[in-house]
Design a protein around this ligand. Structure first.
Ligand code: PLP
Length: 282
């Protein structure tokens, strides 16, 4: 596999980053994951814009312009022969002598790699539905910045796995914030409910697209916090992310949601999302 590191395309075995990199020492970096379907990028511009916002919140600049970034994404897709898969992009503040304060004039580290995922859009889980457990949300208070600080979400995935579930939803003050790596939704009496934007959740690129498609299809949408109890009593539940698109949730803490099978709203939104984003892919 060819990866991109600081201006060069190299075999993964030869790729090198300094042990003094602040991404490694302080989780001082941000990332994006963009999906690839039929060799084309889904929602590239949304991810590029969020990258810029995350960097700005940490007093960093975009390491290059939108077009240069797009070229690297496309070149990696080409070199690695990716039909369906993911592109991971990480920008850290770079290497500097270890000190908590941001260094002056460090050169950012830019890394991109691909992950081949044949049949990404036909994941069997979309038919089966996900089992979710709930865990307290113990992350920091700036979850709107997509930092590489992912230890707590990893712990959440492990807790889910140990419980025989697929993922975990995080709960703060009785309200669901989001999934470990996705945004969370419920459907009640035909209304789609998902948490409003703020510092408490990541502003999902898939979330923005799905809400737009839902409104265009005349579905009712409410952006507000919902409780875990409300979720267990809902007609349907689902999650969204760039790597899973729209995924139905069929149980929460062992309680079946609705009929305990993927619901019609989640299924329809998945179909619309895939169809529309394939059309807009670049
Ligand atoms: N929330 C969290 C915590 C995430 O890590 C992610 C994606 O990785 C999302 C939401 C979904 O965001 P997006 O749709 O941009 O992938």
């Amino acid at each position: 596999r060819t990866v991109y590191v600081n201006g060069e395309y190299v075999p993964e075995e030869e790729a090198k980053v300094s042990v003094f990199d602040r991404g490694f020492l302080f989780a001082d970096g941000v990332y994006e994951v963009t999906s690839v379907l039929d060799g084309k990028l889904i929602d590239f511009d949304g991810h590029a814009k969020r990258l810029e916002r995350s960097l700005n919140e940490l007093d960093m600049d975009m390491p290059m312009g939108r077009d240069a970034l797009l070229d690297i994404h496309r070149e990696l897709v080409r070199r690695n022969g990716i039909g369906d898969g993911l592109i991971y992009l990480q920008v850290t503040r770079g290497a500097a002598d270890r000190d908590f304060a941001y260094p002056e004039g460090a050169t950012p580290t830019v890394v991109l790699f691909t992950q081949a995922k044949p049949g990404l859009a036909d994941a069997p889980l979309a038919k089966e539905g996900m089992k979710i457990i709930s865990i307290p949300d113990l992350r920091w208070g700036r979850r709107d910045i997509k930092t590489v600080q992912l230890l707590y979400p990893s712990m959440g995935k492990m807790a889910a796995k140990a419980a025989g579930a697929h993922d975990a939803w995080m709960v703060e003050d009785d309200h669901v914030t989001e999934g470990t790596s996705n945004n969370a939704y419920i459907v009640k009496d035909g209304t789609i409910v998902t948490r409003h934007l703020g510092n408490e959740i990541l502003h999902g690129i898939t979330r923005a697209a799905v809400l737009r498609f839902a409104r265009e299809a005349q579905m009712q949408v409410e952006e507000r916090a919902f409780t875990l109890e409300e979720a267990k009593q809902a007609d349907e539940a689902f999650v969204t992310s760039a790597s899973t698109f729209v995924m139905p949730v069929v149980s929460i803490d062992g309680v079946a949601v609705g009929e305990g099978v993927p619901g019609p709203v989640a299924t329809r939104l998945r179909d619309i999302y895939l169809e529309e984003s394939r059309k807009a892919a670049i």
